[in-house]
Design a protein around this ligand. Sequence first.
Ligand SMILES: NC(=O)c1ccc[n+]([C@@H]2O[C@H](COP(=O)([O-])OP(=O)(O)OC[C@H]3O[C@@H](n4cnc5c(N)ncnc54)[C@H](O)[C@@H]3O)[C@@H](O)[C@H]2O)c1
Length: 287
Amino acid sequence: MESIESVGVVGAGRMGAEIALLFALAGSRVVLKDASLDLAEKGKARLEGVLDKLLKRGKVPAEANAAALQRISPSDDWRPFAEADLVIEAVFEKFSVKQEVFAELNKACKPECLLLTNTSSIPITQLASQVDAQRRGLFLGAHFFSPASIMALVEVIPGLETGEGTVEWVLEICRAIGKTPIKVKDVPGFAVNRIFHVMIIEACRLVEEGVASPEDVDIACRLGLGHPVGPFHLMDLLGNDLTARVQDILFREYGERFRPRPNLKQKVDAGHLGSKAGRGWLLSDRT
Ligand SMILES: NC(=O)c1ccc[n+]([C@@H]2O[C@H](COP(=O)([O-])OP(=O)(O)OC[C@H]3O[C@@H](n4cnc5c(N)ncnc54)[C@H](O)[C@@H]3O)[C@@H](O)[C@H]2O)c1
């Protein structure tokens, strides 16, 4: 990829590792940092399975495989970030954690480095204010979707001080790594989560009213709306705790239309968090 030779990714979890892979597949050298070297290496190790799946789906050419993984260097060190042309932050969704990360990046990165965050809910402008004023023109949100190796969309979100040229450049970079970007304003939930949560709140309401079961609502969305997976399957995958947390934020910001439904809160209270807990909307018979 022209001019993006070196990429830094902070956070080797569900999102960060696959984002690292996308850049490596496009030809960049990538340093993949987590809190420890062990976590960074585990993040990279998971990518072998991800690559296999991409290969089976014909999403990447076979010869790209090994070379891409070799371009990813796990690390627990900030020093390699001095070389990066672009850094993307994908650590826990907690302001204080991201604040510390951007303080380190502010020290480590060269002045012309693009600084991206994959936050789902923290205002981009608030995160941008954690780096020096002269860096903020190069700071913006790049919201990938899970699984990042498969989902084509990236919401590109400028903060208040992001340069217009930066936005255009990042839109181009997203296309170069095989994604379809859209430009979205820095508002809570950006665009996709606002649409998504209105839909799943209504899905929960249908179940509460006894209109249809979670299984049948999922069938309705798949066969009636052409969605690849239904809302209850998705909530199980994402985690009911995360879903409820996002709805609390959206409710605070936008009011009634995002009020989380009592049946979702009940799932969280019961610890039926979804696939990670082995129990959720569609998993309750398995335990
Ligand atoms: N999971 C999703 O569906 C999804 C979708 C879009 C955006 N996001 C956003 O992406 C970000 C990451 O989410 P995730 O699901 O990958 O989380 P995750 O918990 O899977 O991964 C986060 C990683 O960050 C690491 N980390 C924490 N503190 C660190 C630090 N100081 N330095 C380096 N690494 C650190 C953790 O060890 C962990 O490996 C969040 O901001 C989240 O809101 C998530």
